[in-house]
Design a protein around this ligand. Structure first.
Ligand SMILES: *Cc1c(COP(=O)(O)O)cnc(C)c1O
Length: 404
């Protein structure tokens, strides 16, 4: 999006504000479907948790996408956005049997990731089709915060437990219609992904009535210069070949499913903040913006680097800054970063703010969560209002503490 447009949005909707470009989301969606165009039935289920605004969900519906959900609330959001239950897969981790039964009641595809719940659910609802989440124990990437395929991960049913898994299915006579893996958000290497896929194919042969194989996600997008991006086109070519060969061997055309979040929305979003204070200390220059990790926690939580552009002074000379927030806690967005000279009042634009930014925002310091704007058909649409003081207090119950 043009800086001029973004400045206008910051002016009209005030800061801080998240802005999403619907065209970029569409482009990423097309890239993925094109890369797998030689698969007979491809199903993309957008991972709601990355960015769960209902207008964004509607946009995905218009693109032909389904949804991947991790809570009953996300399921309800999807239904409210107009998705039919069969377009939604529910892939929770560590939730109660009751919640899974609730989701099954709503008619969405259930995905179970532990043997205890599988046995209980299968005993009570042997006819409900269930997908199972396998942990192939593949460490994809080096960041243990987000790589979930390793041996001590809390996600999925270990491939070493397949014998027990098969016994439960035999005992309950339950119907397994899909198998799934999601090895984390840090897949750098297509070969690692293909390696994990082989484990999934081997596992699939144990089940006679599969309809789909879900390869999860973990596709990488560049955040900073020099970052690697998953080569979707290459993955598409290689996995398609392998998948089609597998279907032949299996004796049936299966659906190939993915559930990307970051790949589809990360680059489509920016976060606009205003510089409140430029503060010179003995060793650095701080630019303090009207936000903090209450609005964008990824740098503090994962050490993520979001590019920051001073869109108020794009032609200025570069200086080194530490960009920090205004909450009473260390909330560093960027350390010693080269940015065009900053003046108080400038608008700083954080890149890659589409995924896991707004959806992780909180009210810490009793601050309001920001507004969200969708840039669609060359127009800015408010898709979430900035919170107000009412939002801070409306669930609080003031009690009478009595008098002494
Ligand atoms: C979070 C999540 C995804 C999406 O991961 P990205 O890295 O954003 O693509 C997909 N599947 C499951 C089960 C998830 O929990």
């Amino acid at each position: 999006m043009e800086y001029k447009t973004l400045l206008q949005i910051a002016n009209d909707f005030e800061s801080p504000v998240y802005v999403y470009d619907s065209e970029k989301i569409g482009t990423q969606y097309k890239r993925l479907t094109s890369a797998f165009s030689k698969v007979k039935t491809l199903k993309i289920n957008y991972a709601v948790k990355a960015l769960s605004n209902i207008s964004i969900l509607k946009l995905f519906k218009s693109l032909g996408s389904g949804l991947d959900t991790v809570s009953i609330q996300e399921v309800k959001l999807g239904l409210k956005a107009g998705f039919s239950p069969d377009q939604i897969i529910y892939t929770p981790n560590g939730v109660s049997l009751e919640e899974i039964e609730m989701a099954a009641e709503l008619g969405v595809q259930i995905n179970i990731d532990n043997l205890s719940i599988l046995e209980q659910f299968g005993t009570r609802h042997p006819k409900t089709p269930v997908c199972i989440r396998i942990n192939p124990h593949v460490m994809a990437g080096g960041n243990t915060n987000i790589s979930v395929g390793h041996i001590d991960s809390k996600f999925g049913i270990s491939i070493h437990q397949i014998p027990h898994l098969l016994r439960i299915i035999e005992n309950t006579k339950m119907n397994i219609n899909g198998i799934h893996m999601h090895t984390g958000s840090d897949i750098l290497d297509i070969d690692v992904f293909l390696y994990a896929s082989e484990i999934l194919f081997d596992t699939a042969l144990h089940f006679k009535d599969l309809e789909f194989i879900d390869f999860g996600s973990g596709f990488k997008v560049p955040y900073k210069e020099g970052d690697i991006e998953t080569n979707i086109e290459e993955l598409g070519e290689k996995l398609t070949k392998r998948f089609n060969a597998f279907c032949k061997k299996y004796g049936r055309e299966l659906t190939l499913a993915f559930e990307p979040g970051k790949f589809l929305v990360s680059e489509a979003g920016v976060f606009l903040t205003k510089v409140n204070v430029v503060k010179q200390t003995t060793s650095t220059v701080f630019a303090q913006v009207d936000s903090g990790f209450n609005h964008l926690i990824r740098p503090m939580l994962y050490g993520s680097q979001h590019e920051i552009i001073n869109i108020s002074n794009p032609k200025g000379r570069e200086r080194f800054y530490s960009v920090v927030g205004y909450i009473c806690e260390t909330d560093t967005f960027a350390n010693n970063r080269r940015i065009k000279e900053i003046t108080e009042g400038d608008i700083l634009c954080f890149q890659n703010a589409g995924a896991y930014c707004y959806s992780m925002a909180s009210n810490y310091n009793s601050r309001y969560r920001p507004a969200e704007v969708l840039w669609h058909n060359k127009k800015a649409h408010l898709i979430r209002k900035r919170e107000t003081f009412d939002d801070i207090i409306h669930n609080q119950v003031e009690i009478d503490l009595g008098s002494k």
